[in-house]
Design a protein around this ligand. Structure first.
Ligand SMILES: [Zn+2]
Length: 322
C-alpha cells in the first residue's frame, strides 16, 4: 500500500488499546532497521522527520528512503510525519513534499497564538489530504532545535484541550504529562535510586491524561519524549569508551499503560541513537583493524531492528495490527 495518513491507524489503536510507534529517521540504516521490524511483526509504523533530520539528510533523500521502505514492506501501513514543525512554511514544505502528517508545535506560544498558527496549518494540510498533530503544554529536555530548560516545562491543562481541539481542527494532540526529550530526561534530584544505583524517574501524571481523555472522548493523544533509555545500551556506551552517566528514560511499563488508554502515538528517538552508538562503540573496540562502514553499520542497524521489535511487542502492543 502507498504511504498513509494516521487517521485509520489511530482509530484502530484507540479502539484496540495499543499505540503506534513514531520513530525518528535520519539515514538509511535507521529507516531499514525500523521498517524491517515493523514488517516482520505486521505492525503499523510512523516514520518521523525532524527539522534537524531534514537539515542533516535533505528532504528528498529522506522521502525517497521512506518510499523505498514502503515498496519493500507492502503489507504494513507506513505514515511519514514531520516532527516538531515550528512554522507554517516548514509544515507547508513537507505537505507539498510528500508527507502524510505534520506536527505544528506552537506550544511555546500563548494559547491564542498556538490556536492561530495550528489552525492555519490545519486548513492547508486538510486541503491537501494531510493530517496535523498539535501540542498543548511543554516538555522539558532537548530535541534537535527544541530546547526547554528544566523548570520551564508545564503539564497540559485539561480544561484547555477541548477548546483547543475544536477551534483548531487538529487531528491529534501531544500533551505534557511528565515525559521529556533526550537521554537525560531527569536530574538526579528529581529521581530516586534503585538498589543498583540506577535513577528511577518520577511517575507520569496519569491523572492529567485521564482528565484529557474525559474532555476528548475518542480523540488520539500523543506522547513525545518517550524513550526508555535502556540501561543495557547506556552500559554498553560507557563500557566502550563513552561517558553518559545517569542517562535515564521513561519506564516501559508506564508507556504500556498509556498505550492502553487514549495514547495512540508514542515517540521514540533517543533509544535508536543509544542502540546504534552502543553497538558501534562496541564494534570499534572489538575490531580496531576494521574500517569498512558496512561492518559497523550492520550491527547498528540490527540493534535498531531488535530494539524496535521489542517496543512493538512489549510496549506499544501494535504487533499483528497492520
Ligand atoms: Zn518531541
Amino acid at each position: 500500500m502507498p504511504l498513509v495518513t494516521t487517521t485509520e491507524m489511530f482509530k484502530k489503536a484507540y479502539d484496540g488499546g495499543y499505540a503506534v510507534g513514531a520513530f525518528n529517521v535520519n539515514n538509511m540504516e535507521i529507516v531499514q532497521g525500523i521498517t524491517e521490524a515493523a514488517g516482520e511483526l505486521k505492525s503499523p509504523v510512523i516514520l518521523q522527520v525532524s527539522k534537524g533530520a531534514r537539515a542533516y539528510a535533505n528532504h528528498t533523500y529522506l522521502v525517497k528512503l521512506v518510499e523505498a521502505a514502503v515498496i519493500e514492506n507492502p503489507e504494513i501501513p507506513i505514515a511519514l510525519h514531520l516532527d516538531h514543525g515550528d512554522s507554517f512554511e516548514l509544515c507547508k514544505s513537507c505537505i507539498d513534499g510528500g508527507f502524510t502528517s505534520v506536527m505544528i508545535d506552537a506550544s511555546s506560544k500563548s494559547f491564542e497564538d498556538n490556536i492561530a498558527l495550528t489552525k492555519q496549518v490545519v486548513e492547508y494540510a486538510h486541503a491537501h489530504g494531510v493530517v496535523v498533530e498539535a501540542e498543548l503544554g511543554t516538555l522539558a529536555g532537548i530535541e534537535d532545535e527544541v530546547v526547554v530548560e528544566a523548570g520551564h516545562e508545564s503539564y497540559t491543562r485539561p480544561e484547555e484541550v477541548e477548546e483547543f481541539v475544536s477551534r483548531t481542527g487538529c487531528d491529534s494532540l501531544a500533551i505534557a504529562i511528565g515525559t521529556s526529550h533526550g537521554a537525560y530526561k531527569f536530574t538526579a534530584a528529581q529521581c530516586t535510586r534503585n538498589e543498583e544505583g540506577i535513577l528511577v524517574p518520577p511517575p507520569l501524571r496519569f491523572d492529567v491524561l485521564e482528565e484529557c481523555m474525559k474532555k476528548l472522548p475518542g480523540f488520539p493523544i500523543v506522547l513525545h519524549g518517550s524513550s526508555s533509555v535502556p540501561q543495557e545500551f547506556v552500559k554498553m556506551v560507557n563500557q566502550y569508551g563513552g561517558n553518559m552517566p545517569d542517562a535515564v528514560g521513561i519506564p516501559e511499563e508506564q508507556l504500556r499503560k498509556a498505550a492502553t488508554l487514549a495514547v495512540c502515538k508514542i515517540n521514540i528517538d533517543s533509544d535508536i541513537r543509544l542502540a546504534m552508538t552502543g553497538n558501534i562503540r562496541k564494534y570499534f573496540a572489538e575490531h580496531p583493524d576494521h574500517f569498512d562502514p558496512r561492518q559497523y553499520l550492520k550491527p547498528a542497524r540490527q540493534a535498531v531492528k531488535d530494539m524496535v521489535a521489542h517496543k512493538i511487542q512489549y510496549v506499544l502492543g501494535s504487533d499483528g495490527k497492520a
